[in-house]
Structures are given as C-alpha cells and as structure tokens.
Design a protein around this ligand. Structure first.
Ligand code: F0G
Length: 447
C-alpha cells in the first residue's frame, strides 16, 4: 500500500480528446483540441482503513503540511516537493448543524460545511495552496488571476507567503470592498478593469501569451485538486458515511467540478460506498449552466451578460462547465436557479442560525428549498450545503438588506416587501435605559 506522497503519480489528461502531455502550456489548454486538463492518478489504490487512519493521525503532527487540511490528504494530490509548499494551514473547516434552517425546511439532517472559515475567508484557499505551490516549484516570479474577488484575495495571500508577486484583474465597481481590501493588503498589484469578470478573463488569457506569469484561475488543474479536499474532509467528518445530497453554488464551475471529482475518486477507492448527489445552484441573473442543462441538454453553453447582487458568481461564461456537467451527471445531482429575493432571504436565514455566509453561498439554501419543492430532496435525507465564503466578505449586502435598502431602485423592489420579516435593522436610540428596556420588551412580545 502507498502511504507516502512521494510515491503518488499523477498525470495530466485533456477532458476533451484524452491527450496526456507531460506538462501543460501557460494557458492550461490542450494544444490539440483547446479543452481543459484534469489530473488523473493511474493505478491509485489504498487500503481504506489504513489511509483514513494515516490522515486522521496527521492532525496531531506539528509539521505544517500535516496541519494543513489540504496537504493532510496529499496521497490524493499531485506531488509537490515539501520545500515548495506554501500553506496557511487552510482547510480544517467546520461542519455545522443548521438547526433553524432545518426546522424551516423540514430537513432535520441539514448541515453546512463552512469553507468561509479558511484563512482568507473563502474556499479558494484550498485550491490556491496547491496551485501557488506549483507556481513556486516552477520558479515563477509572477502569478496572476481574473477574479470576482475571492480568488484574488486568496492568490494575493499565498503569493505573499511564497515571496512571489501577484497581479489581480478585477471588474471595476463589481466586487465587494472586503475582498478588494484583502488583495491590497496582501500586497498584490491590483488592476480594476472597466469590464466584467468575463472581460477580465479575456485580457488575462492574452497577457499570459506575452508575459511569463503563472495563471491561477481555476482552469489551472492544481486548483481543482486542492479544492477536492473539502469533500474528502467532509466525508472524514461524517466518518466516511456519505450524505444523500451535497449542494454547491455554481459560478465559474471549478468548485463543483472539484467536489464532484473528489466524490468519484473516493467512491473508486472504496472510501465511501455510495455517491452523494451533487446539485449545482446558480443565480437566475447568472445562469448559463442552468440554461445549458435545461435548454440544450448540456450539449452547449451560451455565454451571457451576467447580473446578480451575489457578485462572487456574476459570471456569464464559466470555464469549467464541461467538468461540472460530467460530475453532476455522474453523481445524479440536479441544477437549479434561484432569484435575487430567494438569495437574500436564504442568506438572512443562514445568518440567524449563528453561522452567516456571503450572498453567493446562500444560493445553496435557496436551491435546497426548490429541490425539496420538486421532490428531488426528501426531508428524511441528509443534506450538506457548501458555504463558500464568510459573512464579512460583503457587509454592504448584509447591512443594505437589514435596512430594507438592498432592492431599492431595482426590478425586485416591490417583491422585496416579502423579506421584511427577516430584516433586523439597527435601532438608533438616545443613551437612555428606559428606551432600551422598551425596545427589549417589545421584541419579547413579538417573539
Ligand atoms: N462562492 C463564492 C464565495 C465565490 O467566490 C465563487 C467564485 C463561487 C461561489 C463559485 O465558485 O467559480 O468555482 O463555481 N468566485 C471566483 C472568484 C470566480 O474569482 O473569486 P466557482
């Protein structure tokens, strides 16, 4: 049995034509057919009991790569020499029971795997530790990404830790301040381009043809490998008993591809005996994947101009849609879309459970409600929501929602009246004890 990372052999394979080149070119696209690469692990076989106890034992080790919730599972990752590994001890994120949301939806076994509890407060860190380490091993001085804000925050941090320089391309005025501030503070060269995310991707693809910068978007297959570990860690937390459903937000569709890939690999390795159904949820205003599946049976994807207040997933031309389609189908999951109002309500509900998340993550709960209504999810089943980003990533959204201002001047303004019962606006009072007691007593009467 293999128990050591140094013996893990990985191989790049094109998802389109199956070519297996020794290495990828700068744009991480197959030179024969232009499709994306994935890592495969030919001949990988482990004794399930031994490998899972090895992973569990690493938790007590003082070694940084053992303390990382990503590198702890390095037998299922492409090999990177330890001296090149850049780690912020990412992963190790909690699995929370969502008590109130469980009551509200009727799904007793409703849990959130909170990837917002990563070092830069989003799931991106799990992929970034692997891809940034690959850049370091490759001797790159510059790394770069186009981003809706979380990838850039994460890339900037890992580049800083690895003593590399980072170039961030973000759409001007379309990412939250929290995320922008991270990229500045972690030392990135930050360019706000007057375009959307898809426009930033186009510029970056041109740039990497001319300059020796290492691309850290999720078409980089190292990112996908790192992001796989969220699902491995989740199954470890569930003592290797698979839940019926896992629900993820879909933007550029790297994360759903990664989680699905992990599920299939764990199933092949017999670490789990049944496959959870992986369902992918998009915002209605940024739903090219939903439309691809519903309107074209997954045969093609029509890019669109995306618009949603969940700015992290404001993406009209998702790069990894074919990978996501494959794993959604292989696991028997569903694809859904949710409205702006449904996202805002779901976010406030996750908040009231004492958990909180950023708007893009809340599509999971909103999507669950739809999947329940359609009978795809049954109340007796176990459901895991992947919460991708921390609540403090986008405080403007939260404050505007609770003040009743989020939908002012938008097409949803009238419909938004229905969200009133979830709003908890701050109450401004004189510094007077009586006034505070009055407010307290009124709240008690209304509860
Ligand atoms: N949730 C959050 C909080 C995100 O930041 C993203 C993507 C997603 C969900 C969707 O994940 O793209 O893998 O389908 N954010 C990217 C970024 C695009 O640049 O930060 P996906």
């Amino acid at each position: 049995m293999k128990t050591d990372q140094s013996t893990t052999t990985s191989q790049l394979r094109c998802i389109g034509c199956g070519a297996t080149p020794h290495s990828a070119t700068q744009d991480f696209r197959c030179i024969q057919c232009g499709d994306l690469f994935e890592f495969i692990f030919p001949g990988l076989a482990y004794d399930a009991r031994l490998i899972t106890s090895l992973w569990a034992n690493r938790r007590t080790s003082p070694n940084p790569i053992d303390q990382s919730g990503v590198w702890r599972f390095r037998e299922l990752l492409p090999h990177i020499s330890e001296e090149h590994v850049i780690t912020l001890r990412e992963g190790n994120t909690p699995l929370y029971h969502l008590r109130r949301c469980a009551r509200a939806t009727g799904v007793d076994n409703l849990y959130a795997k909170h990837q917002g509890m990563n070092p830069t407060a989003s799931f991106k860190d799990t992929g970034m530790t692997v891809a940034a380490s690959a850049a370091h091993q490759g001797g790159f001085h510059w790394v770069a990404c186009a981003s809706t804000g979380n990838t850039s925050a994460s890339m900037a941090a890992y580049a800083g830790r690895g003593d590399m320089r980072s170039l961030v391309l973000i759409p001007e005025g379309k990412i939250s301040w929290g995320k922008l501030s991270q990229s500045l503070d972690y030392g990135a060269l930050t360019c706000q381009l007057r375009t959307d995310f898809d426009g930033c991707v186009r510029i970056l693809n041109e740039l990497i043809r001319q300059k020796p910068v290492y691309l850290l978007n999720s078409i980089n297959p190292y990112r996908i490998e790192g992001q796989k570990t969220a699902a491995i860690e989740l199954l470890e937390q569930l003592d290797w008993i698979a839940p019926e459903h896992i629900i993820v937000p879909g933007g550029n569709l790297g994360n759903s591809s990664a989680i699905g890939k992990a599920l299939l690999e764990m199933h092949d390795l017999k670490l789990i005996t049944r496959l959870p159904k992986l369902s992918i949820i998009q915002a209605q205003g940024a739903n090219p994947f939903y439309r691809s599946v519903r309107e074209f049976g997954g045969t093609k994807l029509e890019p669109m101009t995306a618009d949603t207040l969940a700015s992290a997933i404001r993406i009209g031309n998702p790069a990894s849609w074919k990978k996501a389609l494959r794993v959604q189908r292989a696991t028997g999951g569903e694809v859904e879309q949710v409205s702006e109002i449904e996202i805002a309500e779901a976010k406030a509900e996750i908040g009231a459970d004492g958990i909180g998340c950023e708007p893009a993550s809340a599509v999971t709960l909103a999507g669950l409600k739809k999947l329940l209504a359609r009978g795809f999810v049954k109340p007796g089943e176990m459901v895991i929501l992947i919460l991708t980003g921390h609540m403090l990533k986008d405080p403007d959204f939260t404050i505007n929602f609770h003040r009743g201002e989020l939908f002012e001047g938008t097409p949803q303004e009238r419909e938004a009246v229905q969200t009133k019962s979830l709003q908890r606006a701050p109450i401004v009072l004189d510094a007077d004890l009586g006034a505070v007691i009055q407010v307290l007593e009124a709240a008690e009467r209304n509860s």
